[in-house]
Design a protein around this ligand. Sequence first.
Ligand code: GBH
Length: 483
Amino acid sequence: MTKLTRRRFAQTAAATAATAFATASLPKFALAQIGKPAELKFPPGFLWGCATASYQVEGAVNEDGRKPSIWDTFSHTAGKTHDGNTGDVADDFYHLYKEDIQTLKGLGCKGFRLSVAWSRVFPDGTGQPNPKGLDFYNRLIDELRANGIEPYVTMFHWDLPQAIPNGWQSRDTSKAFADYAGYVAKHLSDRVHHFFTTNEFVCFTDLSYKIGQFAPGLKLGDAEVNQVRHHAILAHGLGVQAIRANAKSGTKVGIAENANVYMPIIETKEHIEATRKATRIGNAPFLTPVMEGKYPDEYLQREGANAPKVEPGDMKAIGSPLDFVGLNVYTADYVRADASSPLGYEIEKRPTSYPHMASPWINIAPESLYWAIRNPSDIWKAKEFYITENGCSSDDVINAAGQVEDTDRVMYLRNHVTQMHRAATEGYPIKGYFLWSLLDNFEWADGYSKRFGICYVDFKTQKRTPKQSAEWYREVIKRNAVV
Ligand code: GBH
């Protein structure tokens, strides 16, 4: 192809193809060049995995010394979850983890993201550790490693020990979290090389203390909510320090954050610039201070007297450098540049026809998986990125043949993975992808009414049935490419 320009080549190839169609015998070179679109390959060693979280899958809430978390209390309070569903049994992963690890292995997953239930390890949140609680994670991690699967461990995925006084309203909770995280890192880092501090700040702060939709279900005022948010990011920062102080050297520490993602409505310089502004301002209470060690001025001005009370040293801890940034991505907003707007941009309204998945909040936005990586990379130059969650709910049913034809999930996933491929191709340091989730599970306030798994779970029998999306994912992993 050296002597031909691309365009000339395309013309020649097209002419050849036309002839070939006429004679129904395609010359070999044309077959090779135009009959086979290039495979969208990921870089060698790209990590494919699945993600879960303790309270959503484990069950066994009273076993081996575990004490209640705020989610046990909340889900057992009338009217808080769909149909009063609780995580008492969930996927019974506490007992069935070996079977589920075989499923992961069968898919070809080389990574598994799990979270540790704080109240298994410290039933009262602080004080005496419970060796039997930690033992579960020792068994789980050993089993994963024996099957060639690298554990990626989240320290906190919302199941705060009920015994902790005043939950995240108390500054002491940030310190308690750091002590717990340091303890876990000390005991697991001989076999776990990647830790995430907290999962999704907005969910265990705003949704839990402002909206009241999640445990503990409070509806506090702005100043108190901003303080809760501050304690959450402080817990992350102190957690990073405690993990580094206690873990084996070489252990990597990051976060799993559902940052708001902004996509340009049109890919022009001005709209892209607008999404960068939106990324900083739209994540002002959480990811921005974590990356910059400082709240954005716009946030502090906007909150005025309600701004969080910050003590000396807090911001330095909060801005502790990270080894990687983990992003949970489900949806995103389109943004346009707007010189007449105070911040220089506007978030586009959604028409009522905008498509969404079974959960109405999952407005479909495949390009989110490109911009979720590109903007934080361009702005903050983070060293490495992982997609720590991506997936969707579908109205899955088992058909007469015993299969789940979750074509909408396959469509959703393929398009997102294609956009992540774009980020990898452009050289953004994206190292791996954790699909949410391996199994249908306890979907928080939605209980068991929303299914996110690539394996269907019959919650009466605990039988797992891989869906078509599991077959699709197996092929992606096998070929390390979009399929
Ligand atoms: C993540 O949360 C979690 O990390 C994971 O545990 C969860 O299972 C998964 O994603 C799927 O949800 O109904 O309009 O009021 C996602 C955070 C919090 C986003 C609740 C949607 C409800 C919005 N979600 N929120 S709405």
